[in-house]
Ligand binder design. Structure first.
Ligand code: LLP
Length: 427
């Protein structure tokens, strides 16, 4: 999604800078994020949902102080799910009342910090947490705005590890068996809580809108039950994140305005037929905003042709900077970017430098047969869940994130150093 071109020597240019210059200045591997593209996507979500809804960017996809500033300036809110994300959000200048705090096992310390900071909402994930948050808020003399996360029982069509609304998983309180209604009943009795709404998140990397529609339908059904039982109309619902992006040309993602239209229509229709005031809707896209805005630049190292199989192309990073292929069988594409080549395409597997055979970045791809050590290759769409899930496996140093655009590049998260690693090792 970056402004991409080629110089007369065939070197790919992004945001007006050629990748050889980027590699020289910042080293490889490195993530390059297009600030203008990030802002445009954030704005598209904001505009699509309009002033009567809220867009919470899911910080777990990728969070840094620069990103927090971009979000703040574009009018988005922020969803965090740990003390570390909360600290980053506050340190980046996001006003606390625009922060939502998530998680299925928030610690007492995290809850206390969130309440003290004055976060706009805490999303309650269990019966125990209802009591815990109420108690902490009361003891601080606060009334905390909360939503209750429910699991609506839909099977999202995505990888098992990232589907979250079927019944047999750890998140939320099931709608089934009246459990969510019971959670609301208990929360309404507690002074420390102001119950503002219901939350549902069905999973991630989803293309089929029907799961969201079923979720919206069931959440509105719960609002109606709450009105019938308690005589109150909860003012907000959150329908989570999860919109899929294109990793390869086979994927066909929906646009924010399509999602906004589908969700607002179904919620208003259902509310009208239940004679409920339409609640304020919020959503929590992470991947759909940041995913397409970054790519990873690697330098090619060892090349190993295996007769009759494929050629293994090793890069200077791997599963420590992109675990998604190993973990979810995710598909990525790859391109030679430091020159053009007329050579025949060869079938390759792009692998990292880690000590296991599952260390695969791109499972199947074609690269020119004259590929050589020192060539630069780029893997697009690595903005979401790559740097944020990066590890130090094999004591490999986590790569920097560099913002590029308008002929300029600046580091927003610096490369880790061996000193950083050794600083933690105090034995
Ligand atoms: N809201 C909640 C409550 C979530 O749990 C998530 C993602 C989101 C919003 C944002 O979902 P998105 O719009 O980014 O799909 N590491 C996995 C994805 C895990 C998603 C976890 N929750 C991956 O790399 O595919």
């Amino acid at each position: 999604a970056q402004t991409v071109g080629r110089t007369t020597d065939g070197v790919v240019e992004v945001g007006g800078i050629d990748v050889k210059a980027l590699a020289e200045q910042f080293g490889t591997p490195a993530y390059f994020i297009d600030e203008a593209d990030f802002r445009a996507r954030a704005r598209a979500w904001r505009t699509a949902f309009g002033p009567d809804a809220d867009v919470f960017y899911a910080g777990k996809a990728f969070l840094s102080r620069a990103v927090v500033r971009w979000l703040y300036e574009e009018g988005l809110n922020l969803d965090v799910c740990s003390g570390g994300e909360l600290a980053t959000a506050l340190s980046g200048g996001m006003p606390a009342d625009r922060i939502a705090f998530h998680g299925n096992n928030k610690s007492t310390e995290e809850i206390t910090r969130a309440v003290e900071a004055g976060v706009g909402r805490i999303v309650l994930d269990s019966f125990q947490e209802i009591v815990r948050v109420a108690h902490i808020a009361s003891s601080l003399g606060r009334r905390q705005r909360v939503q209750i996360r429910v699991t609506v029982g839909v099977e999202a069509h995505t990888h098992e590890f990232i589907a979250t609304a079927h019944e047999d998983q750890k998140f939320g309180v099931p709608l089934a068996g009246g459990q969510a209604a019971e959670a609301v009943r208990r929360a309404l009795q507690l002074d420390g809580l102001e119950v503002i709404g219901i939350h549902s998140h069905i999973g991630s990397q989803i293309f089929d809108m029907s799961g969201f529609e079923v979720a919206a339908h069931r959440v509105v059904g719960l609002l109606k039950d709450i009105r019938d039982e308690h005589g109150i109309e909860l003012p907000e619902i959150d329908l989570g994140g999860g919109l899929g992006i294109a990793y390869t040309s086979d994927d066909d993602p929906r646009e924010p305005h399509e999602i906004a239209k589908a969700l607002t229509e179904i919620v208003s229709r259902e509310c009208e037929s239940a004679r409920l005031r339409t609640p304020r809707i919020s959503v929590e896209p992470g991947r759909a905003i940041v995913g397409p805005t970054a790519f990873t630049l690697y330098e090619v190292g060892t090349i190993k042709p295996l007769d009759g199989l494929r050629t293994y192309v090793s890069v200077d990073g791997g599963m420590s900077d992109n675990i998604r292929t190993a973990l979810y069988d995710a598909e990525y594409s790859v391109a030679l970017v430091s020159r053009t080549s007329d050579a025949e395409p060869m079938l390759v597997r792009v692998v990292g430098k880690h000590c296991e055979s599952g260390d695969i970045v791109v499972r199947d791809a074609f690269l020119p047969a004259d590929l050589a050590p020192g060539d630069l290759i780029a893997v697009p769409a690595t903005g979401a869940y790559c740097r944020s899930m990066a590890s130090n496996y094999n004591h490999v140093l986590r790569p920097p994130v560099v913002a590029v655009g308008d002929g300029e590049a600046r580091v927003i998260v610096r490369r880790e150093t061996e000193e950083d690693l050794l600083r933690l090792d105090v034995g």
